[in-house]
Design a binder for this molecule. Structure first.
Ligand code: HEC
Ligand code: HEC
Ligand code: HEC
Ligand code: HEC
Ligand code: HEC
Ligand code: HEC
Length: 497
């Protein structure tokens, strides 16, 4: 068949653009696709991405990356075509797109269809990317090396159905920009594998607690007390159960002021501020209570702390100063073992299993997640050689390891203190310790054992069933309490010091 386009010879005689070649065409399609995705992502980012810091990385780094690659291909194609034409004067058109050539036309048609599909896919892909980068899976699993400890802990907490982004990223222009910069920074650190292990806390750029927590827990809703039971097992041969049941005075009505009790710290009329001498906010030598109604202030300080704290480091107390582990609590190994004993997943039959399970978990030579199962098995086998139930105990202790210790991230209860109580970490006793005094010598009120909670029942077996509404004196199973020591001087979550 004769060529149907008679003008072809004249056209090829004209000087043609070097951009007219296959490589540049591929680059062109890629660039247009990337530009499309970029535009779409920018639009999503500005209209709905306010809660999503990681979208930025796709929008401002990945999509432009493709755009630059596409544009580079366009120029590489032109350069290669020109070089070819210069070196092969006889057949200069090797890579040119030639619409007059039927076989090339067919290829072009295919190429065109492919290009259109590519564009559609890139639009679809961008939208999926947006959804994905917003999900809890993305936070918890994709960055799994960095965040898996939090993800594991989170799934067992009261907030397991609250998205990571609900607490970590807020709406509003200011948080939007902060989160964008921070999210991009984090992903880069993650990609380069140089993020800090453990991830440092307290997190400084978390939104104010009022914005986060009070969306669901508004202070007007707080009322009454909370009944808590702590089930322990002693480190003796029979793993004796020992429980404490107590009523937490979370919201107690007080004459003249409706907001008494533990949540008094966040009441509307008064403000509690403090200065912490360390990064982790565990050492608090100074605090101030200001009555917002008349502006009077009371300052408490430890004897050793002289002078004034730097104004920029004074922090107003909010929910997070006590509930600093609302969603991902790292349990102590003690607690993890006790929970398993209480649930029956770890049998009480093996003598001393409470103590030995804890010891198996905190062995010094467990250095990675990979060598833990074998070390735990070896330890317990040596202790209980051939005892019935040993195999099940090993499996359970190995499982406990995976939910409490994360050597790869260097994350566990020892680096992430929980400030809510005072047994394993200083917690409330950072301030309620009778060592902080006003200039006139008044100590912080509410620092005796019954001002925060009432012990309703304690002990084991039938002892634990006797309720006492007035409150019992605490019977310490580890012997008489030494008033000069605080609980966390001995209790450290693992083996008692
Ligand atoms: C109920 C609110 C809430 C939810 C939901 C939440 N977090 Fe957190 N998260 C916090 C608070 C508060 C801190 C700060 C702790 C501190 O500063 O001591 C924090 C700290 C962190 C840290 C720093 C390291 C650490 O353990 O303290 C990481 C990482 C983290 N969260 C990841 C996640 C991931 C991943 C999810 C979802 C699977 C999630 N968070 C869900 C409130 C939350
Ligand atoms: C999106 C809603 C939401 C947000 C935001 C939220 N919570 Fe919660 N919170 C819940 C729900 C739901 C529960 C579970 C209530 C239940 O178990 O009955 C809960 C339970 C709790 C409990 C009881 C814990 C327990 O073990 O039973 C505490 C304490 C708490 N939240 C504190 C906080 C703090 C502090 C913040 C801010 C960092 C916060 N919450 C943010 C919804 C939320
Ligand atoms: C002084 C420390 C402290 C501060 C500050 C604090 N809480 Fe609590 N909160 C507690 C304690 C202690 C409990 C009792 C439960 C426990 O011991 O685990 C509790 C219980 C709760 C509960 C569950 C019981 C209930 O009444 O529903 C919620 C929800 C809660 N707090 C939310 C908040 C929020 C939101 C804020 C900030 C506005 C806040 N808390 C500030 C110490 C504090
Ligand atoms: C940053 C220091 C600080 C921390 C941490 C702290 N408190 Fe307080 N708390 C105070 C101060 C200051 C007062 C007021 C003392 C006074 O007026 O004499 C107070 C008062 C109280 C009161 C009495 C409220 C009333 O009805 O008048 C209770 C109960 C209480 N705290 C419980 C707790 C519990 C429980 C925790 C730990 C979860 C805790 N506090 C952690 C500083 C702190
Ligand atoms: C400033 C408030 C405050 C004071 C004072 C206080 N406690 Fe507590 N205590 C708490 C809170 C809050 C918890 C709950 C921790 C939690 O929710 O995990 C707690 C928990 C406990 C527990 C249970 C811990 C466990 O894991 O079994 C015991 C036992 C206890 N307190 C004994 C005492 C004794 C004894 C004193 C007096 C020396 C005392 N408390 C003084 C706030 C206080
Ligand atoms: C001198 C060190 C020391 C001090 C201080 C101390 N304990 Fe203990 N405690 C022990 C020992 C030892 C045991 C017995 C451990 C066992 O049998 O597992 C124990 C057991 C316990 C138990 C039951 C078992 C367990 O492992 O949880 C509770 C609850 C407890 N102590 C609470 C407290 C509280 C609350 C305080 C502070 C008011 C405190 N202890 C202060 C050493 C101490």
């Amino acid at each position: 068949m004769p060529d149907p386009t008679p003008t072809a010879p004249t056209r090829s005689a004209q000087p043609r653009s070097h951009f007219n070649n296959w490589i540049s065409a591929v680059g062109g399609v890629l660039s247009v696709g990337a530009l499309f995705s970029f535009a779409l992502l920018v639009w999503i980012d500005f209209t709905q991405g306010d809660k999503n810091p990681y979208l930025g990385i796709f929008t401002y780094i990945v999509a432009p990356g493709f755009l630059i690659t596409g544009l580079a291909l366009v120029f590489v194609g032109a350069w290669a075509q020109r070089r070819w034409a210069v070196q092969h004067a006889a057949a200069p058109d090797k890579w040119r797109l030639d619409f007059s050539n039927p076989s090339q036309r067919r290829r072009l048609l295919l190429f065109g269809c492919g290009g259109v599909i590519f564009l559609l896919l890139s639009v679809f892909g961008s939208y999926q990317t947006y959804h994905y980068s917003e999900s809890d899976q993305f936070c918890g699993e994709v960055c799994h090396r960095a965040m898996s400890p939090e993800f594991v802990a989170y799934q067992r907490g009261a907030h397991a159905r609250v998205s990571c982004v609900d607490c970590h990223i807020g709406s509003g222009a200011q948080w939007f920009i902060k989160a964008k910069i921070n999210g991009t920074h984090q992903l880069i650190a993650y990609a380069l594998d140089n993020y800090s292990r453990p991830i440092a806390t307290p997190i400084k750029n978390l939104r104010p607690a009022q914005d986060i927590c009070e969306k669901c827990h508004w202070p007007e809703k707080f009322h009454g007390n909370v009944d808590l039971t702590f089930a322990h097992y002693l480190s003796d041969r029979s793993n004796t159960p020992y429980g404490v049941r107590m009523l937490m005075r979370v919201n107690t009505n007080r004459a003249g002021s409706p907001a008494g009790g533990i949540h008094w710290h966040v009441n509307q009329n008064e403000k509690v501020e403090y200065y912490a001498a360390d990064e982790k906010r565990q050492d608090i030598p100074w605090m101030r209570v200001t009555d917002k109604r008349n502006g009077t202030a009371r300052v408490f300080r430890t004897e050793a702390f002289k002078g004034e704290p730097p104004a920029a480091q004074i922090r107003t107390m909010d929910c997070m100063d006590c509930h600093n582990r609302p969603a991902h609590v790292f349990p102590t190994v003690n607690e993890a073992v006790e929970k398993a004993l209480a649930a029956g997943t770890l049998s009480l039959q093996l003598p001393n299993i409470k103590l030995e399970a804890v010891k198996a978990l905190v062995q010094k030579d467990i250095t990675t997640e990979a060598n833990a199962p074998q070390k735990i098995a070896a330890y317990l086998t040596a202790k209980y050689n051939g005892a019935p139930g040993l195999a099940a105990a090993i499996t359970e202790v190995q499982r406990l390891y995976t939910i409490t210790l994360f050597p790869e991230r260097k994350a566990d209860w020892r680096v992430y203190p929980n400030n809510i109580g005072h047994k394993d970490w200083p917690g409330c006793f950072r301030c309620h310790d009778d060592k902080h005094k006003t200039a006139s010598g008044a100590a912080v009120r509410s620092s005796d054992c019954t001002s925060c909670h009432v012990i309703l029942a304690q002990g084991k077996g039938s002892e634990f069933e006797l309720l006492n509404a007035k409150g019992l004196d605490f019977q310490h199973p580890g012997g008489e309490l030494d008033p000069d020591l605080t609980c966390s001087d001995c209790h450290n979550g693992g083996i008692q010091k």
